[in-house]
Design a protein. Structure first.
Length: 416
């Protein structure tokens, strides 16, 4: 097998893997091995003793049995089938990789095997290491959108569940199956596998994602990749004035003002958690309530979502000038000092959250941590409310220009 001709994309569903494989093959006159390309070897000669997972669906007599399985049974079948798919995929790739063209693969090949292929410690110097990319979407998307895809297989399964004696129970069971195979644990394994990662971003175009994928594979001009990485936002300048050309560094060593205000209440928070019965949540000061929330959010972020910027080391930004202008006018109407709106360039991490999921701090730490988990998971709101988008931006932030000056509610000694 010519591993230097093969480019593997692994990861979760709805991350855009097959789309990227198709686009890359078209652009580089290569070969696209899209989702389920192993099926070309699934004929009658496949031995059910060697491939029980794949042969289960091939030989299934009543497909209602497929949707009646428990989450444990479904997860075990998925894991077994993935191992069998890897065997067939490698047989196919062994042949197509010798055709002298680049081969782009939406793959079932395991992380362990990919490390064996491309990790310099295991593969040596015979292959290039930038041939594996991980693409990830939030696990909840895979569950929520499973039946939204128009492909024949998913709609077939949906109709089968509607034919069950209790369709709602059947659908609920299958959603549990999907949750099992799209778990946060599986997501984290991909995220920390040691390969480059691209996270799904609803605001990024296919073309922009393609450039990032090319960069990860070393297939693009570095200058073009830098342009694709450029992140332009708009920021409401409040509390502290800013100037065009100014650079703002925000990271663990350089936190924002929220960090200072939160940690000023740290001893109070510790006492609340130690003696919750001595405090009334309704009578907590605003600063203490915020500290309870932000410390819980930061603890969950560090433990489970370290790829996102900290709320205590980031700017709150908007994607459009119009959106920033609405926030600026609102802040000004509330009496908050507003100097203006800046166009900024972000060289660092970003996170698009939902301000509706922010919460008033509880005197019970477990409750705060539960709510913090919901914030970072960033799924749909349980009451159906639409997101109130808030974007966190960290790293090196450059003020490109002051787009609008307002100078609203500025203390008299700062005017003029």
């Amino acid at each position: 097998m010519n591993l230097n001709n093969i480019y593997f994309i692994n990861g979760t569903a709805y991350a855009g893997k097959s789309t990227m494989v198709e686009r890359l093959a078209e652009k580089y006159d290569g070969i696209a091995c899209t989702e389920n390309y192993h099926e070309q070897l699934m004929d009658e000669s496949l031995d059910p003793k060697e491939f029980p997972g794949l042969c289960y669906t091939r030989d299934l007599q009543d497909w209602h049995d497929f949707v009646r399985r428990t989450p444990d049974e479904y997860e075990a079948w998925i894991d077994e089938t993935s191992r069998e798919c890897e065997i067939l995929e490698l047989r196919i790739l062994d042949k197509v990789s010798e055709q002298g063209k680049k081969v782009f693969v939406d793959t079932n090949v395991s992380l362990e095997t990919l490390h064996r292929f491309y990790d310099p410690k295991e593969a040596g110097d015979t292959v290039s290491s930038n041939h594996v990319l991980i693409m990830l979407a939030d696990p909840e998307i895979s569950v929520r959108r499973f039946f939204e895809r128009p492909d024949r297989e998913k709609q077939f399964l949906y109709r089968l569940m509607l034919e069950e004696p209790d369709p709602e129970k059947s659908l609920a069971n299958f959603r549990e199956c999907l949750k099992r195979i799209n778990s946060r644990e599986r997501y984290e394994k991909f995220l920390h596998a040691g390969f480059p990662v691209i996270l799904r971003d609803e605001n990024r175009t296919i073309e922009e994602t393609l450039v990032l994928v090319e960069k990860a594979f070393g297939l693009t001009d570095p200058l073009k990749a830098e342009e694709a990485d450029e992140k332009i936002f708009y920021h409401v300048i409040s509390d502290i004035p800013k100037q065009a050309g100014q650079h703002i560094l925000l990271d663990e060593e350089h936190p924002n003002g929220v960090h200072r205000r939160v940690y000023a209440e740290l001893e109070t928070v510790r006492d609340i958690y130690a003696h919750p019965d001595q405090y009334d949540e309704k009578n907590l000061s605003h600063t203490v309530s915020v500290a309870l929330r932000e410390l819980a959010l930061e603890k969950v972020r560090k433990e489970k979502y370290p790829q996102y910027p900290s709320r205590m080391a980031s700017l709150y930004v908007s994607r459009s000038f119009k959106e920033a202008e609405q926030w600026a006018d609102y802040f000004a109407s509330q009496g908050r000092p507003v100097y203006g709106i800046a166009k900024i360039r972000v060289n660092g991490g970003c996170y698009e959250g939902d301000a509706y999921k922010c919460f008033d701090g509880s005197v019970y730490e477990e409750e705060n941590l539960r709510r913090a988990e919901i914030y970072w998971q960033n799924g749909p709101n349980s009451d159906g409310r639409e997101k109130i988008v808030e974007i966190l931006a960290g790293g090196d932030i450059e003020v490109v220009e002051i787009v609008r000056e307002m100078n609203a509610n500025i203390p008299s000694e700062q005017e003029g």
